[in-house]
Design a binder for this molecule. Structure first.
Ligand code: 3HC
Length: 287
C-alpha cells in the first residue's frame, strides 16, 4: 500500500543534477515541500543554481513573478544526508544511470522512509524491476521518467515494474499530473516507449552525418522541418548529453541486440570528452 495523493506533502528527490534539480523545481512550483539530496554539498549548490537559472527564464517570459520564484526556492531544502528524507511522503530518485548505484540508493531508501512511501526512479533505460529488487518492498517502486528540460517538457512516462502495485502506479500518474504534466504508461521493457524509439533515431542521425548523407545542420533542419520536431537528432543528442545517449544506447544494444548498436561516432565523441552542451562541444559548439 502507498499513501494517497492527498497525504503527499513533502517530496524527496535523490540527485541534484539536471534531472533531479528539475524535478525538485517542478514539485516546489506545485506547492510541495521538497528535500533535494546529493552526496556532496557542491552538487546540491549546483542543483540550486540550475533551479535559479530556470526560474529566472520563467520570470523573464512572464510565466511567474519574482516573488513566486523566491517562494519556490524557499520550499526546497538541500541536504547531503539521506536521513533528511525520512519524513517525505514520496521520493523520486534521479542519480547516475548505474544499476549498482541506483540499487544502493533504493536499499538505503527502503530503510529510511515509511513503508507506504512511493519510491519513483527516473531511470531512462535501466530495468525498474531490477532496481526495485534491491528493496524489501518492490511493490512501491515505479518508474517516473521525466523529460529534459523538466520544467518545460509536458510529459512524464510512468513505468510499471514486475512487482509495482496498482496503487503505486496510480499514485505515480496522479503525482505527475499534479505537477502539471501529462502521463503515459510503459511496461518495464528496455528504453520503455521514449528511449526505445528516440535512441535509434538519434543514432541514425549521427550515422547519417558520419556517412555523409548531409551536413549536420541539414540533418537537423531536415528532421525539424520535415517532421515538425523542435530539435533534430544531433541537436537533441547535444541537449540530452552524448554520454547519456551512449549509455542508453549501450543498454538497449545489450538487451535488444544489434539493431540498437550505438553509432561509432557517438562513442568516439564521448571518448574524446565532447559531451554536448554541458562541455561546450558536441556536434555543435556552445558558449
Ligand atoms: N527552464 C525554464 N524555461 C526553459 C528551460 C528551462 N530549463 N529551457 C527552455 N526554457 C524556455 C525558454 O525560456 C523559452 O521560453 P520562451 O519561449 O517564453 O522564450 C522556451 O522554453 C523555449 O526555449 P528556447 O527559446 O531557448 O529554445 P527552444 O524554443 O529551442 O526550446 C526546448 C528549447 C524547450 C528544449 C525545445 O527545443 C525542445 O522541446 N526540445 C526537445 C527537447 C526534448 O525532446 N526533450 C526530451 C529529451 S529525451 C529525455 O529527456 C529522456 C531522457 O531519458 C534521455
Amino acid at each position: 500500500m502507498v499513501r494517497e495523493l492527498d497525504a503527499v506533502e513533502r517530496i524527496g528527490v535523490v540527485g541534484a543534477g539536471t534531472m533531479g534539480s528539475g524535478i525538485a523545481q517542478v514539485a516546489a512550483t506545485s506547492g510541495y515541500d521538497v528535500v533535494m539530496r546529493d552526496v556532496e554539498e557542491a552538487f546540491v549548490e549546483s542543483g540550486f543554481e540550475s533551479i535559479e537559472n530556470s526560474l529566472g527564464r520563467l520570470v523573464d517570459r512572464g510565466s511567474i513573478d519574482e516573488e513566486e520564484a523566491d517562494a519556490v526556492v524557499d520550499r526546497i531544502e538541500g541536504t547531503t544526508d539521506l536521513a533528511a528524507l525520512s519524513d517525505c511522503d514520496l521520493v523520486v530518485e534521479a542519480v547516475v544511470e548505474d544499476m549498482d548505484v541506483k540499487q544502493d540508493v533504493f536499499a538505503d531508501l527502503d530503510g529510511a522512509v515509511d513503508r507506504d512511501v512511493l519510491l519513483g526512479t527516473n531511470t531512462s533505460t535501466l530495468s525498474v524491476t531490477t532496481i526495485a529488487s534491491a528493496t524489501d518492498h518492490p511493490d512501491r517502486v515505479v518508474g517516473l521518467h521525466f523529460m529534459n528540460p523538466v520544467p518545460v517538457m509536458e510529459g512524464v512516462e510512468v513505468v510499471v515494474g514486475e512487482k509495482s502495485s496498482d496503487g503505486a502506479v496510480e499514485l505515480a500518474h496522479a503525482f505527475a499530473e499534479d505537477l502539471g504534466k501529462e502521463t503515459w504508461e510503459a511496461d518495464d521493457k528496455p528504453g520503455f516507449v521514449t528511449n526505445r524509439i528516440l535512441m535509434p533515431w538519434i543514432n541514425e542521425g549521427i550515422r547519417a552525418f558520419d556517412e555523409g548523407v548531409a551536413t549536420k545542420a541539414d540533418i537537423d533542419r531536415g528532421m525539424k522541418l520535415g517532421t515538425n520536431v523542435p530539435m533534430g537528432p544531433l541537436e537533441l543528442a547535444d541537449h540530452v548529453g552524448l554520454d547519456v545517449c551512449l549509455h542508453a544506447s549501450e543498454t538497449l544494444h545489450e538487451e535488444l541486440g544489434d539493431r540498437y548498436k550505438p553509432a561509432y561516432l557517438l562513442k568516439r565523441k564521448v571518448d574524446a570528452g565532447d559531451l554536448g552542451k554541458k562541455t561546450g562541444t558536441g556536434f555543435y559548439e556552445y558558449d
